[in-house]
Write a protein that binds this ligand. Structure first.
Ligand code: CA
Ligand code: CA
Ligand code: CA
Ligand code: CA
Length: 220
């Protein structure tokens, strides 16, 4: 019996360790710290995000327009030309380098929320590409989300699976739709390597459990 318990503990640890170690990028936009809102050319918990195109990365304090999804601050990418914003279009594109490994599958998640009730106002596009701090190339769109505030009244978790292509080293977001300084909000961006061997193991265990249940069902 003791041997069985030890074996089960070891199996649980094998599953738990790779799952918790698989987050390779997380950003909640808690820096630079703002009291209400301001626009930056670099932003993020570790300053990872840079403006590729547009007025800038608008950071808002929780409660000024909506409550943050995570912690105290979030981003609006249909930005502003004041309070630090450049004299450019307000629909902004930002990118951050992420250590993708070619062939590895990743789960990319973020929280999205529309600000206005306009049907074409709050679009956010998620993409990957090559980014050297100045030029963005080999860009591929992963998903684009549009919603209206009367329908989507809270944060919406978005999750995308992506298998990294060679040379892709950046994650990016851009505001799309009507360019009017009001748009989609973003918070809590994460990238996790999908632990394939552990997933296969779990799937196999699940099937074994099902077959045991079926056998028990027949006996009853
Ligand atoms: Ca946050
Ligand atoms: Ca703040
Ligand atoms: Ca704005
Ligand atoms: Ca807009």
């Amino acid at each position: 019996m003791r041997t069985l318990i030890t074996a089960l503990s070891a199996a649980a640890a094998m599953v738990a360790v790779p799952a918790s170690a698989s987050v390779i990028f997380f950003d909640s936009f808690e820096a630079p710290d703002v009291a209400d809102w301001a626009v930056f050319s670099n932003a993020g918990d570790n300053g990872d995000w840079s403006v590729v195109d547009g007025a800038g990365i608008e950071i808002q304090q929780s409660g000024v327009v909506v409550q943050a999804f995570d912690q105290e601050q979030y981003v609006e990418l249909d930005s502003d030309t004041s309070r630090g914003g450049a004299n450019a279009g307000t629909n902004t594109t930002m990118a951050a380098n992420v250590a993708f490994v070619a062939g590895q599958q990743y789960r990319i998640t973020f929280a999205y929320r529309p600000r206005t009730n306009g049907a074409n106002d709050n679009g956010i596009e998620l993409f990957v590409g090559e980014y050297d701090g100045a030029n963005l190339t080999n860009e591929a769109s992963l998903t684009t989300v549009f919603a209206q505030s009367s329908v989507q009244t809270d944060w919406l978790p978005i999750s995308v699976l992506y298998t990294a292509m060679a040379d892709v080293d950046a994650l990016g977001f851009r505001a799309v739709g009507d360019e009017n300084s009001l748009g989609g909000f973003i918070d809590a961006v994460s990238v996790s390597a999908v632990p394939l061997p552990a997933g296969v193991l779990l799937f196999g265990t699940g099937l074994a459990g099902l077959s045991v249940m079926r056998r028990k069902g027949r006996k009853a």
